[in-house]
Write a protein that binds this ligand. Structure first.
Ligand SMILES: [Zn+2]
Length: 241
């Protein structure tokens, strides 16, 4: 009997034993390796903090208006979250009094509503008072004009400052003792400018990998590139008192 057969037989015996003992829990999000949850390294969540620079999301219809009939988003760079990408395309975002940001990256895939996500500094330079909102919650937010090589679109609403948030799968959520919609605290230790961010919203999804998204102002405030450690904690837990 070869070693490979031996091992698969042992695995199957162990699986059966676990099933019979009732130890098996609801299937967690499992990575492609099949051994640990998506994004985990060495049996632990692998916290990643990323700066989400100003960008926009577009509907299929707006892609065609801005880039020409029959146009689709062309993936340029994959984002850390599987299935999401920075497109080759950019748009010009125009605010009131003709102030504008000339080249704002489009992220894909397309969505049901177009949306522009800015840092506070961007929104000041555009002259748009963009409220802090969670992605997709754009009712009553200001609009702008988007200009592409083939046309322009007047957005009636959708300009926001994206609220800081953390993507995670259900195994990550269990590890931190949080659920979708909870708030967490992110501590970034950096030489001379450590920052603790409150109000980090948990966005749990089966297919997500553990990743905090902050905007460029937040990333610059804590000099994220020079950070020596990052830590994520559940907000309001007893250990803070
Ligand atoms: Zn995000």
């Amino acid at each position: 009997m070869s070693l490979a057969v031996d091992r698969s037989r042992i695995e199957s015996l162990v699986r059966n034993a676990i099933r019979q003992s009732g130890l098996a829990t609801a299937a967690p999000s499992v990575g492609s390796a099949g051994q640990q949850p998506l994004g985990w390294v060495d049996g632990k969540p692998n916290l990643r903090v990323s700066i989400s620079a100003r960008h926009c999301h577009l509907t299929d219809e707006h892609v065609e208006i801005l880039f020409g009939r029959g146009s689709v988003l062309e993936p340029d760079k994959d984002l850390y979250q599987d299935g999401f990408y920075a497109a080759k395309q950019t748009v010009m975002v125009v605010g009131p009094r003709k102030r504008m940001l000339p080249s704002v990256r489009v992220l894909g895939p397309t969505r049901g509503a177009s949306q522009v996500e800015l840092a506070l500094t961007d929104s000041i330079s555009l002259g748009i008072n963009a409220p802090v909102r969670h992605s997709g919650k754009i009712d009553g937010t200001p609009g702008c004009v988007l200009v592409g090589p083939a046309g322009s679109v007047q957005l009636e609403q959708g300009v926001i400052r994206a609220a800081r948030h953390v993507h995670m799968n259900y195994a990550d959520a269990e590890y931190y003792g949080v659920s979708n919609g909870d708030m967490m605290q992110l501590s970034v230790r950096s030489p001379d400018c450590s920052v603790s961010f409150e109000d980090v919203l948990v966005r749990a999804d089966e297919a997500a990998k553990l990743e905090v998204h902050i905007d460029t102002d937040e990333g610059n405030a804590c000099n994220l590139d020079a950070a020596t450690s990052v830590e994520l904690k559940k907000s309001g837990c007893a250990c803070q008192h």
